[in-house]
Design a protein around this ligand. Structure first.
Ligand code: ADP
Ligand code: ZN
Ligand code: ZN
Length: 730
């Protein structure tokens, strides 16, 4: 146990004889080696989980009273250190319960971070900043409002609105969810009505226990408004508007605090949120839903690099809440974990797989058409048959979606005379050409410049874009379709949705509304538009240049590509009635590829995720990769690549010298530069650690922490290091 330092005479001395020891989790700066709660004194005993203000150095900070260590209730203070007292208790906020404390403690342990850092980061930021007085006022205001509202709320309560009649597949899934413990992997085609299964299961959970709470997670903030609307529509009439709250980083601090308090007090019955919501304090948690469970955004990419999906499963088991993971293209980890028992695998996986292969109503999955780009005119962005198909759809008044996972106009500018390329001066990456404001922008460090008038290296005025991004695609498509007339007798309209067009608040909602209302005929976009949206009139989706990921060095690249293309295909032909009205032309997914024979595309053409997964899993098993092995990455950032790698080499040598536990079952790879080696003038190297046993890897990493901290002192050129457990990108 560590103790708050007190060599600071500016602070008031301890006045009253305080007699109770408290262990308090506080956020100490990252990478200080303080990973345990600090000890403080208090006049009275205070329950674990209570929020307190405590002195830390010269500051006063928020802390969470933690459980006393099992080995005695008196800390072992170093010589000359005087204990300090807590500054105050945040009145009116009930203590965080034991299961919340176990969740955050597990997260810190598993992802190799300090407990205080994880626990405090899991609380809404405003809780950290408000004084106890401000906090008390907040809570008072809230209770007063609640009293005023009491009459209104009860008047607004109606009987449960009649839910839609479930399809057979939906009914079977919901019955199994009710009957079994789970965790469940709901493997349902795009448009099979997974959301309806969630809604139904949520309703059952809430009805079964008048205090039960439910957590529903979605990968993107963009998807929360649509989901929130559906949940409000279904549940607000029964439980009131206050019963459904959101939690994501797009909310103001005040809104986040409000939602957090509502969840913590149990007033909120349903919490909808992004990955951060997995840490919401929900004392009566009965059900967790993780929608699009394969999505990469469930993995936090800084601080504690947790997987909200994996924590959801852990939390569900710990708090005895059911867990539903849903996807049309599950992560291979979850797919493998939900395998059925077989003769040489009598137990099967830990999850229960529920299958919903059919779309709702008569809707069919789109036909997948592969265009062999080797057979098309050279240099064509849109192959003639694809352009023809888009034209026909638009002329019939249908909508098309064109997917290209790269924003900007062109990924690089170059000079044909001398070979100059628009490299970022600070990164080992090109600066992307954005035509709209004639800038070169680095998507890694943000460095932005005006486009030069001539080649900076040889003076040639003829510098040109190489490759293409969404901005160029939009421009070219508008040009190609300029003579196409819609049934409303107007020219075809092309629009683009990507991170550049949606920066302003509300911009995405506006642009999506324009698509839904039919103002837009062809939508060009990045993966942002491929996921989740329930478009009703899109009948054709095209991926113009998806091949890149087929040959990536990251073994998860094919998995991500397959998921993205399936999701994109899932945006087409969702409304069977509309397709029928239009004359019954089946929806289509077009893929322009140089490798039409590739097995990934064969599986895609058949909408055969199980085939794709089986192939990938076989490859992974043969190569001893996840889910058949467990990995961690250690990354070091330094002024030079040599320095970064030297640190990593040293820490693996120290680990071997010290014969750290677990080492027998853990393999340490040599350090290598990261794929993008230099970002913002910092060199980055990484080292992979792998084991067939999760436990051995965990043992080793835990023992290694102090080695990493200690060795850092010998490597002055190292700027930072970090550990990523279960990394998603290698
Ligand atoms: P998924 O999440 O599986 O892609 P959704 O939950 O968005 O699918 O459902 C697809 C569409 O089908 C939605 O418009 C939804 O309202 C509708 N739907 C879902 N279940 C039913 C049902 N049982 N009866 C009628 N329509 C349904
Ligand atoms: Zn850069
Ligand atoms: Zn030049």
């Amino acid at each position: 146990m560590s103790t708050a330092s007190v060599n600071d005479s500016s602070l008031p001395p301890v006045t009253k004889p305080a007699s109770h020891w408290l262990w308090v989790a506080v956020s100490t700066p990252a990478h200080s080696s303080v990973s345990e709660p600090l000890s403080y004194l208090s006049d009275a005993p205070i329950a674990p989980g209570t929020l307190v203000r405590v002195p830390l150095g010269r500051r006063e900070v928020l802390g969470v009273v933690w459980d006393a260590p099992p080995d005695g209730a008196v800390p072992d203070l170093p010589e000359g250190v005087t204990p300090r007292s807590i500054a105050g208790v945040l009145q009116g906020v009930a203590p965080l319960d034991a299961s919340w404390r176990r969740l955050t403690a597990f997260t810190a342990r598993y992802y190799q971070r300090a407990l205080g850092e994880v626990a405090l980061a899991a609380l809404p930021p405003q809780l950290r900043d408000l004084t106890p007085e401000q906090m008390a006022r907040r809570i008072q205001r809230k209770t007063r409002k609640k009293k005023d509202m009491a009459g209104v709320a009860s008047a607004a309560i109606h009987p449960t609105p009649a839910p839609v009649a479930l399809s057979d597949e939906q009914r079977r899934a919901t019955l199994q969810i009710e009957a079994e413990d789970g965790p469940f992997l709901l493997f349902g085609a795009t448009g099979s009505g997974k959301t309806e299964v969630y809604l139904h299961s949520v309703q059952r959970a809430l009805e079964a226990d008048p205090r039960a709470q439910v957590l529903v997670m979605v990968p993107e903030i963009n998807l929360t408004p649509q989901l929130e609307a559906r949940f409000l529509e279904r549940f607000a009439p029964v439980y009131g508007d206050e019963a459904v709250v959101s939690m994501h980083s797009g909310m103001t601090s005040a809104q986040r605090l409000k939602s957090w308090l509502a969840a913590h007090t149990g007033e909120a019955r349903i919490v909808l949120g992004t990955r951060m919501a997995v840490f919401a304090s929900m004392p009566q948690l009965a059900l967790i839903v993780v929608d699009e469970e394969h999505d990469a955004s469930y993995k936090q990419q800084e601080g504690a690099r947790y997987s909200a999906r994996d924590l959801a499963v852990w939390r569900g088991r710990e708090q005895q809440a059911k867990v539903i993971l849903g996807s049309a293209t599950p992560s291979l980890e979850s797919w493998h974990a939900s395998r059925s028992p077989s003769t040489d695998d009598p137990h099967g996986g830990r999850y229960l797989r529920l299958h919903m292969p059919s779309r709702i109503g008569a809707a069919e999955l789109p036909r997948v058409r592969l265009v062999d780009m080797g057979q098309q005119p050279r240099g064509a962005v849109f192959s003639p048959p694809l352009l023809q198909a888009i034209t026909e759809r638009v002329e019939r008044g249908e909508q098309c979606l064109v997917l290209l996972n790269r924003r900007g106009f062109a990924p690089v500018l170059h000079c044909k005379d001398c070979g100059w390329k628009s490299d970022c001066p600070h990164c080992s990456a090109h600066q992307v050409f954005h035509k709209i404001d004639r800038t070169l922008r680095c998507h890694h460090c943000g460095f932005t410049q005006r486009v030069p008038h001539a080649c900076p290296s040889c003076g040639n005025v003829d510098i040109s874009p190489l490759g293409r991004g969404t901005e160029q695609l939009e421009e070219q498509l508008a040009e190609l379709l300029r003579n196409v007339i819609t049934p409303q007798r107007r020219a075809a309209r092309v629009a683009r949705i990507d991170a550049d067009t949606t920066k302003a608040k509300g911009a995405l909602e506006e642009q999506l509304a324009a698509v839904h209302s039919g103002e837009i005929d062809v939508l060009v976009g990045t993966q942002m538009v491929a996921k989740g949206h329930d478009f009703r009139r899109i009948t054709l989706v095209a991926a113009v240049q998806p091949d890149g990921a087929l040959f990536s060095s990251d073994f998860r690249a094919p998995e991500r590509l397959f998921a993205l293309l399936m999701q994109a295909a899932g945006r087409a032909g969702r409304d069977a009635d509309y397709i029928a009205e239009q004359g019954g032309n089946p929806p289509e997914m077009w893929i322009q590829t140089w490798h039409p024979e590739h097995s990934l595309y064969t599986s895609l053409r058949r909408h055969d995720y199980p085939r794709f997964a089986a192939e990938q899993l076989q490859e992974r098993a043969d190569a001893g990769m996840p889910p058949f092995a467990y990995q961690a990455l250690v990354r070091a950032d330094a002024r030079t690549q040599e320095a970064a790698q030297a640190f990593l080499t040293a820490v693996s040598e120290r680990a071997r010298e010290a014969q750290l536990p677990g080492l027998d079952h853990v393999f340490l790879f040599p350090p290598v530069p990261m794929a993008v080696q230099r970002v913002a003038n910092v060199e980055r190297a990484q080292m992979l650690i792998e084991s067939a046993h999760r436990g051995a890897l965990q043992h080793f990493l835990a023992a290694w922490q102090s080695v990493l901290h200690a060795e850092r002192a010998n490597h002055k050129a190292v700027i930072r290091w970090l550990v990523d457990v279960d990394p998603q990108a290698i």
